[in-house]
Design a protein around this ligand. Structure first.
Ligand SMILES: [Zn+2]
Length: 151
């Protein structure tokens, strides 16, 4: 029994180390780069980019975004954003749809704060609630004059 063989300078030598660079015959090029970008997606008709969103690292980053609608909040104070510049605060909304979502959503945001994505039905409810509130205030004085009862 002689233990005079390998000095234990390389403890990993007993393991079957996968060698993918030393064999040119297998034709597989394994590089140490990041994972390849996912395949481009089919964009929504309203997508502003409309290019399939190539070059994203992750599939969940492949998201269609529609045109943003901003409504400045004139009664809110001007907000300072860093180096002496300022910005009127605003609400924003736009359509969005991540690659694997089965339905589009309506993003509702406030300034640069992360907003929320509502389903179309939720967005519709919210919009109707806002309209009812705004119209309820504005319309009432007009109807006080006693118009025709029917529509
Ligand atoms: Zn898109």
């Amino acid at each position: 029994m002689s233990a005079s063989t390998t000095p234990s300078t390389s403890p990993a030598s007993q393991f079957p180390v996968p060698v993918w660079s030393g064999n040119p015959d297998d034709g597989i090029v394994m590089t140490a780069r990041a994972l390849p970008s996912p395949a481009p997606i089919t964009c929504q008709p309203w997508c502003e980019a409309n290019n399939g969103h190539p070059g994203q690292r992750l599939r969940e980053d492949q998201c269609c975004f529609g045109l943003e609608h901003r409504v400045p909040l004139s009664n809110e104070p001007i907000e300072l954003i860093g180096n002496a510049s300022s910005e009127q605060q605003y609400l924003s909304t736009y359509l969005m749809r991540p690659a694997d979502d089965s339905a589009s959503r309506v993003f509702i945001g406030y300034n640069e704060v992360p907003g929320r994505a509502a389903t179309l039905e939720e967005a519709r409810k919210f919009a109707h609630a806002i309209l009812a509130l705004a119209d309820g205030i504005e319309v009432r004085p007009h109807r006080a004059g006693g118009g025709p009862a029917g529509d």
